[in-house]
Ligand binder design. Structure first.
Ligand SMILES: Cc1cc2nc3c(=O)[nH]c(=O)nc-3n(C[C@H](O)[C@H](O)[C@H](O)COP(=O)(O)OP(=O)(O)OC[C@H]3O[C@@H](n4cnc5c(N)ncnc54)[C@H](O)[C@@H]3O)c2cc1C
Length: 558
């Protein structure tokens, strides 16, 4: 479909953009030490679609005719590459399945509706013709919430929202924008920025995910400390159903029974298709600055961020990498080629020497970034307040140089996973949230669980973490794990490691996911997260909303 942008069928992002380590001299030695693999130069720029063995479409001709009648023949496709683009999200397991031709049930047809009315009719047809409908935003799901059930016999329709991509209206008095659900992050920000506004929602997947997808998965962006999670940002919405549209007007607050808005948020396509959202937007800030700090230890860094929160300093984000992740960040630094770069590298060496003289263990130090927005005066005052607390916790203020670099590179890391897969290495993530009082326990439990799982599999494995998204009562911890996978049996061993980390979360009082949703990947922990009675209630909701199991069945709870 020429008018809708899609990611690579085999990996993350657009064709022609990938991770390279050639200009990062410390990276290969770092990886070899961490997981015992000697990196080869990147060979894979693309993967020829001819190598894909795609199961044939099972869409009956009368269903295709019906869909063409609703959305127009040019917006209905059984093209193999489009069906593969829509068959899964971008979790590392799905990437691996795609590269290995381990396709399960691939959608039989992809439809690109152009209006809410078409969506009502598609959902009506799904019930009448016994079809399965899976809404598709940017396809960046990392919890396997786009894959159809393996044993599904019915015709599967992937409904791509990509044509619904416009900012419809801005109520400038209220700071509320009404926006179509299928808009991709950058396209939405461009339309808002042109009028002086921003949503402020920047997940790592920003470039390849949509507003509707964010709402359907309860997403959180890296600037959530200021702008809120998507659940705070969405004030009203419209959701198409086979029998009509649920309309929730944008209201600052309401006491009309249990929140339908909250019920739709995170529903992953199981209740209907979100067509439009009214969201809180903000004037573009006058200043936006990221400052870097180095802390002697993880504990001191966490305490500092908690104290910023207690002091109610309005920050856009505060992020801390643990010692392992700090080591990783330093290893991905580019070689200094310019005079400025060489001076910066020398400055860094001198700083490390000072820290060692002060008695720091440089293997334990933790890098932190804090983002400040507002008027020049606001930013100056907040920087001072943060520096005071950070220094009291032993930090050295590194300044805006590394902060600006972080800001420029923040969306690049996901490409690393494709590169690692080429090296027979899995690099994936698990994230959670917990009260401040439990964060260090959760952190240690995840490390221990990962190491036990690696030992069980006889592997050298890596784990690292950062803290981001802070709240008054706690924060999110985001873990990245990596290991060389067994070519014979990559899936089972992945589950051993991922499950160990997930189990450690719920066992230590944290949630199974802070912002990646549930999908299929996180389902086994739902009862432990929201209680068996909570799961029963949720199942009841889905059964009443969709008795024929037409709308993305099997996700969240099954
Ligand atoms: C590398 C990487 C980094 C990531 N970083 C973040 C991050 O920082 N923060 C974060 O929150 N998430 C992150 N994610 C996860 C993912 O980007 C989010 O879950 C995102 O919200 C999905 O949006 P999408 O438009 O791509 O939805 P999709 O992946 O297309 O769909 C996700 C789910 O929502 C449903 N859905 C999509 N659109 C609609 C709609 N209009 N109505 C009803 N249901 C719908 C789908 O059926 C599916 O169940 C990351 C993922 C990857 C791979």
């Amino acid at each position: 479909m020429a008018h809708v942008k899609h990611q690579k069928w085999w990996g993350w992002g657009e064709e022609g953009v990938f991770f390279d380590y050639e200009n990062k001299p410390a990276f290969a030695p770092f990886v070899e030490k961490a997981i015992g693999v000697r990196l080869r130069p990147r060979e894979r720029d693309t993967v020829d679609f001819d190598t894909a063995r795609v199961p044939a479409s099972r869409a009956p001709e009368d269903v295709l005719a019906l869909l063409r009648g609703i959305s127009g023949a040019e917006n209905v496709s059984v093209d193999d590459e489009l069906r593969i683009v829509h068959w899964a999200g971008k979790s590392v397991l799905e990437l691996l399945q795609t590269l290995r031709n381990d396709f399960e049930r691939v959608p039989d047809v992809v439809v690109y509706p152009g209006s809410e009315e078409e969506l009502n009719r598609i959902l009506e047809a799904a019930v009448a013709e016994d079809l399965v409908v899976i809404p598709f935003g940017g396809g960046s799901s990392i919890s396997r919430s786009l894959q159809a059930e393996r044993a599904e016999e019915r015709c599967i329709v992937s409904v791509d929202l990509g044509r619904l991509n416009r900012v419809l209206e801005i109520d400038e008095t209220s700071g509320l924008a009404t926006i179509q659900a299928g808009v991709l992050g950058p396209d939405m920000e461009e339309q808002l920025n042109d009028r002086g506004w921003t949503l402020g929602h920047f997940p790592d997947s920003f470039a390849h995910s949509t507003l509707g997808g964010w709402a359907a998965t309860r997403s959180s962006g890296m600037q959530s400390d200021k702008y809120g999670d998507i659940a705070d940002i969405v004030r009203g919405l419209r959701m198409a159903r086979p029998t009509g549209t649920v309309v929730l007007r944008p209201l600052p607050s309401t006491s009309t029974g249990p929140s339908l808005r909250e019920m739709v948020l995170g529903s992953e396509g199981r209740l209907g298709i979100i067509t439009e959202l009214t969201v809180q937007v903000h004037r573009l800030p006058e200043e936006h600055e990221v400052i870097a700090y180095m802390f002697p230890t993880w504990q001191q860094a966490l305490t500092a961020v908690r104290r910023y929160t207690e002091a109610e300093i309005p920050l856009t984000f505060a992020r801390v990498s643990d010692a392992h992740e700090t080591g990783f960040s330093l290893a991905t630094q580019k070689a200094a080629t310019s005079m400025k770069g060489r001076l910066a590298a020398k400055g860094q060496e001198a700083l490390w020497a000072v820290m060692r003289r002060r008695g720091w263990d440089t293997d334990a130090m933790c890098l932190s970034y804090v983002c400040f927005e507002g008027t020049a005066k606001d930013v100056a005052e907040r920087k001072k307040a943060v520096a005071r607390i950070a220094r009291a916790e032993g930090a050295v203020v590194l300044g805006p140089g590394p902060g600006a670099l972080y800001d420029q590179k923040k969306f690049d890391t996901p490409h690393l996973r494709d590169f690692l897969l080429e090296q027979n290495t899995v690099g994936d993530v698990s994230e959670t949230a917990a009260p401040w009082s439990r964060l260090t326990t959760v952190h240690k439990a995840a490390y221990d669980a990962a190491q036990r799982a690696y030992a069980q599999l006889g592997k050298i494995g890596w784990i690292m973490s950062h803290m981001s998204h802070s709240y008054h009562s706690g924060a999110c911890l985001y873990f990245t794990f990596a290991y060389v996978f067994d070519e014979e049996n990559p899936y089972e061993e992945y589950h051993v490691i991922k499950s160990a980390i997930q189990q450690s979360f719920v066992d230590s009082g944290a949630t199974l996911s802070h912002h990646h949703g549930v999908g299929v990947e996180h389902q086994p922990w739902m009862e432990q997260d929201v209680s068996p009675e909570g799961v029963r209630l949720m199942k009841g909701l889905f059964e009443v909303a969709d008795p024929g199991r037409h709308f993305n069945p099997g996700k969240i709870v099954s």
